[in-house]
Design a protein around this ligand. Sequence first.
Ligand SMILES: [Zn+2]
Length: 264
Amino acid sequence: MKLLLPHLTCAILAVIHLAVPANAQTSEKAVGTSVADFAFEKTLVAPLRIHLLNAAESPALSTTLTETDITRILNKVNRVWSRAGIFFYAESVVREAPVAFTPLKQTGDLRWLLGLIPESSYNGEAFNVYYIKEFDANGVFLGKAIFVNESAALNAVEGGIDEPIPRVTSHELGHALSLPHRQDRTNLMASGTTGTLFNENEIALARERAAQFSWIKPASELLAKADTLQMEGRADESRTLYSRLAAMPGESEPLLRIRRLATP
Ligand SMILES: [Zn+2]
């Protein structure tokens, strides 16, 4: 089980590397410029529960991010992940105190972060992303949750993203979707850089993993549900669904229609 391994970030990846057939890693065609253009219907839609941790006892843990920041961050995450046809939305943003105050440790073992999670607000049908002011890594995926360091620092690479937090969030979501590291500086899965690119193999792997979660749905299915709710006169429920989809990057015909319907 990955959580038993000592150096989690690398260890998880070592496990995943073993799971990937050698020949599956040979496809190195970058898709950064010739972006795989996923139609709206093929986009997979994944919920995130965003947790903003605040502890009066520990300014080092307390994020200063606001909901406005989260909207900006997710918009950037979604521009990155649109290349893989995966869209993330915040099903909710929770501001909460961590369960336990744990001092920062410099051991390289980041599992202490799991002790901060309040169980009552954990969503078992979403990726849970915890934003923390500062800890001893840019970010980490610990199986149960993603932790992102608000103070993350990255090495800039050509064509890279302009802000660390969306890149770290996107990178850890890559791990959550089974992607291993690939130390090719401009890639999303390179360690510690501003790169955001995927190769075709990574896109296929991430989509395959996403399709295994019962709570990740094709956009076409969610749109059909929204349309049904609208036809049934359940306006608030349909608008909630349209609004969720409306933030998807792109200007396709279904998206333009969704944005019209999402507007009250
Ligand atoms: Zn990583």
